[in-house]
Write a protein that binds this ligand. Structure first.
Ligand SMILES: Nc1ncnc2c1ncn2[C@@H]1O[C@H](COP(=O)(O)OP(=O)(O)OP(=O)(O)O)[C@@H](O)[C@H]1O
Ligand SMILES: O=P(O)(O)O[C@H]1[C@H](OP(=O)(O)O)[C@@H](OP(=O)(O)O)[C@@H](O)[C@@H](O)[C@@H]1OP(=O)(O)O
Ligand SMILES: [Mg+2]
Ligand SMILES: [Mg+2]
Length: 341
């Protein structure tokens, strides 16, 4: 049987052309409409042409949500992707979800909120027991300082925290200030800093960090350079608090570098799978990344030091395929769950 537009090999030869034109007959597909509400920075890094083109070919359409118009007047959306903060926005999203039960909101604002605080973000990791997964996952010991910086030296001693410490703003709200971190070599200098803060024990890890990107059930790991080890000798000689820049940004990729295997070897896959699965369920989130380091001198003791909602996926290898497959999978599983009429 000849399908419209198909050319037989014989005809092709006759025409002297090597190109084959095949038009397959496809069922008309329903478009998956994904509404997005992202900052312009995020839109630029995430919604790259390679993602939009592949998505369009797979029947996914990204539509910008107009924040100046009621959300219910827009759409309908199959999926809503968002990374905007503020109480008003949370209410808009929650209200939309209540009125459109069929829409998939990535992710629920109250679950995202959990990652906006550096203490609550690590709580679920601390509760995990992954001892049967070829490794151990811990969180560094830390304490919160809410006010009165003058009490810090006493509180640090009381809590038994070991120096050096990393001082991080307690709240992560997407501002540059919430990523301003300090390394403290002595507890007295910490009084110079502005609470609310988290003081976290620094863990030597050989200067390499693993960034684990989670997109639903998919996981991708990349290596980034990080802070070098701090020796006891250095600690004894140095005093003060020092601000350090964003050491493990995308520009610090360590993926194509010859690393000492004891430092650069990726964490075991079963451990990552379990960690990601547990956190997906416990956090109630599908889009996040985990910053993990290996304690220096060990093979299988890992620390989670940070979890970020909707991170820079544009830097994840092959993200356009992973993300479009994820979106299609979400919509398909929603239809599967629906009772047949
Ligand atoms: N406890 C720790 N021990 C050793 N190094 C640490 C520790 N905490 C942070 N770091 C280093 O500092 C960097 C920044 O810390 P962290 O990831 O917590 O900050 P952030 O501002 O949330 O970063 P991100 O840009 O990933 O959101 C880490 O990537 C790592 O290199
Ligand atoms: O700016 P990038 O693309 O690098 O993405 C970063 C992202 O910024 P963006 O959401 O404004 O894009 C950050 O979010 P906020 O905490 O500041 O909200 C945080 O998630 C970082 O961890 C991401 O870097 P990554 O961990 O992926 O390297
Ligand atoms: Mg981080
Ligand atoms: Mg972070």
């Amino acid at each position: 049987m000849r399908i419209n537009g198909e050319i037989t090999p014989q005809e092709e030869e006759e025409k002297g052309e090597a190109k084959t034109v095949r038009l397959s007959i496809q069922q008309p597909r329903k478009l998956v409409v994904v509404g997005y509400a992202l900052t312009s920075k995020k839109k630029k890094s995430f919604l790259q042409p390679k993602l939009e083109v592949l998505a369009r070919n797979k029947g996914i359409l990204f539509v910008a949500i107009d924040l100046n118009r009621p959300l219910s007047d827009q759409g309908p959306f199959d999926v809503i992707l968002h990374k905007l903060s503020g109480k008003d926005w949370c209410e808009v999203i929650e209200d939309y979800q209540q009125k459109h039960l069929e829409a998939i909101v990535l992710d629920p604002p109250d679950a995202i909120q959990h990652l906006h605080n550096r203490q609550s973000m690590l709580q679920d990791v601390a509760d995990l027991d992954l001892s049967d997964c070829q490794g151990k996952v811990c969180v560094p010991r830390q304490m919160v300082v809410n006010k009165d910086p003058s009490s810090i030296p006493r509180e640090v001693t009381k809590a038994g925290l070991k120096l050096p410490l990393v001082a991080k703003p307690l709240v992560v709200d997407g501002t540059a200030k919430s990523h301003e971190l300090f390394l403290a070599y002595d507890e007295f200098s910490l009084s110079e800093l502005e609470p609310p803060l988290v003081l976290q024990e620094f863990v030597n890890h050989g200067g390499v960090l693993f960034k684990i990107y989670v997109v639903g059930e998919a996981i991708k790991v990349v290596r980034r350079f990080s802070l070098p080890n701090i020796s006891k000798c250095e600690l004894a000689k140095v005093a003060g608090v020092f601000r350090f820049p964003r050491v493990s940004s995308a520009a610090s990729s360590a993926d194509d570098v010859d690393l000492d295997p004891s430092v650069g070897e990726l964490p075991p896959r079963p451990l990552l799978e379990r960690l990601a699965r547990e956190l997906r369920h416990r956090l109630g989130l599908r889009l996040f990344n985990i910053d993990m380091i290996r304690e220096h001198g060990t093979q299988d003791v890992f620390y989670v030091i940070d979890i970020n909602y909707f991170p820079g996926y544009g830097k994840m290898p092959d993200y356009e395929h992973t993300f479009t497959d994820f979106l299609l999978g979400l919509v398909q599983s929603k239809y599967k769950k629906r009772p047949a009429k």
